[in-house]
Design a protein around this ligand. Structure first.
Ligand code: SF4
Length: 122
């Protein structure tokens, strides 16, 4: 039986939730102070995902980098590969807030979008 402690990030309390499991078969969850902690711990144990915030190079922009993020969480194991892909691309200014920078990154079904606008260089 595996035992893992997961810190629930669903609210600022940060409960330490213990998951006991045989492989993917979860046997017991404890330490949560509300039902949200059960869902959080299950997802984090079986299929951890993260929003990826990073930057992408901008060509002819007033600043050289635009902050971007995945529009929703992607599998944690794909974060490194997604960072690598985003480090290799460059977008042309102007960039609009919310503009899709990469469509369906790594076939996750999730777009990467700009989190601010960048004007063209004068
Ligand atoms: S288990 Fe409930 S109370 Fe505890 S951190 Fe998660 S959401 Fe907050």
């Amino acid at each position: 039986m595996n035992e893992r402690t997961i810190i629930c990030l669903s609210c600022p309390k940060g409960c330490r939730v213990k998951v006991k499991a045989n492989g993917d078969d979860i046997k017991d969850i404890s330490g949560h102070e509300c039902p949200q902690g059960i869902e959080y711990a299950k997802n984090e144990y079986l299929n951890p995902t993260r929003i990826l915030p990073t930057t992408v190079r901008v060509k002819n922009g007033q600043i050289a980098l635009v902050p971007v993020k995945t529009a929703s969480p992607i599998p944690k194991e794909k974060i490194g590969e997604a960072m690598q892909k985003l480090s290799e691309i460059e977008v042309e200014a102007p960039v609009e807030l919310g503009q899709v920078i990469v469509n369906n990154i790594l076939d996750t079904g999730v777009d990467v979008v700009a989190t601010r606008s960048i004007k063209e260089k004068n």
